[in-house]
Design a protein around this ligand. Structure first.
Ligand SMILES: [Zn+2]
Length: 276
């Protein structure tokens, strides 16, 4: 009896070790790693390519002011992320990231970032963001979901629930359509993939929190986040909300939470004069 319980704990400990060795820089949590980062990035790259080939992309060379703005703001956020990780001596965590940014024509007010830094902004979002700083708030939020591996956690949970814990490559080989749908819902790809799984309240707060940090580090006034969420609150009443409002935190709670970290974020990360 005693022996049995001892071996049970040893087994439990080794399982914990297996799934919990890497600690994420942003969340300080061990990652649920049923899917490897490499698998996620490879799948993301091919899903991203497929998404772009079946949607109308605004070419960066088309002279579109919208696409130019999305590119400019995204690149500043990406630079801020790299700086943040470098300052912590954890740049290696970004190994394997092949950042890419595209603007897609759609009435949907949405944006997302897949593992490995594959970003899409829908043109339907721009009338609500209205300025670069607000767009930075949204892109910072979406990039945080990717960096914090929120989608990867949901993907792992989905593989357990729907595929009995199959690894991603096996699930893709056995049930490609269902697996791709699962991937789409795990990363907020939007209505074309059917029902969107909301991120948890905890995930949303983390995305808001670090989205604000990256916005400030990119040289944009983080206070703009408050104005943006107030506009989004009005918009969300009028149509089906996108990833970043379809979730638990009400805009009121979200704004209160952002206010509570605003002064600290500004003092620590917002130094626009030092930018150029
Ligand atoms: Zn979100």
């Amino acid at each position: 009896m005693k022996k049995q319980s001892k071996s049970f704990f040893i087994t439990l400990a080794s399982i914990t070790l297996l799934i919990g060795c890497a600690t994420n820089t942003l969340t300080h949590r061990s990652e649920l790693s049923l899917v490897s980062d490499e698998e996620m990035m490879t799948t993301a790259a091919s899903q991203y390519k497929q998404f772009l080939s079946t949607n109308k992309v605004v070419s960066n060379n088309s002279g579109s002011k919208d696409a130019a703005m999305v590119g400019k703001v995204s690149n500043k956020i990406i630079a801020a992320v790299k700086q943040y990780y470098a300052d912590l001596g954890r740049s290696s965590e970004l190994d394997g990231y092949a950042w890419e940014v595209n603007t897609v024509v759609s009435n949907e007010a949405n944006a997302w970032c897949m593992p490995g830094g594959k970003i899409v902004v829908y043109t339907g979002l721009l009338p609500i963001t209205q300025n670069e700083a607000s767009l930075a708030v949204v892109i910072g939020h979406e990039v945080t979901h990717a960096l914090a591996k929120h989608g990867k956690e949901r993907m792992s949970q989905g593989l357990i629930q729907q595929f009995g814990g199959q690894v991603l490559t096996a699930a893709l080989a056995n049930k490609p359509t269902e697996t791709q749908q699962l991937f789409g819902t795990a990363f907020g790809l939007g209505t074309q993939y059917g029902i969107m799984l909301p991120f948890s309240r905890k995930d949303e707060y983390e995305a808001d929190r670090y989205g604000l940090v990256f916005t400030a580090l990119a040289g944009y006034d983080p206070h703009e986040a408050i104005n943006f969420w107030q506009r989004m609150e009005k918009f969300a009443g009028s149509q089906k909300p996108p990833e970043f409002v379809s979730t638990h935190p009400s805009d009121e709670n979200r704004i209160a939470q952002l206010q509570s970290v605003m002064d600290e974020t500004v003092a620590k990360y917002y130094h626009p004069q030092a930018q150029h």
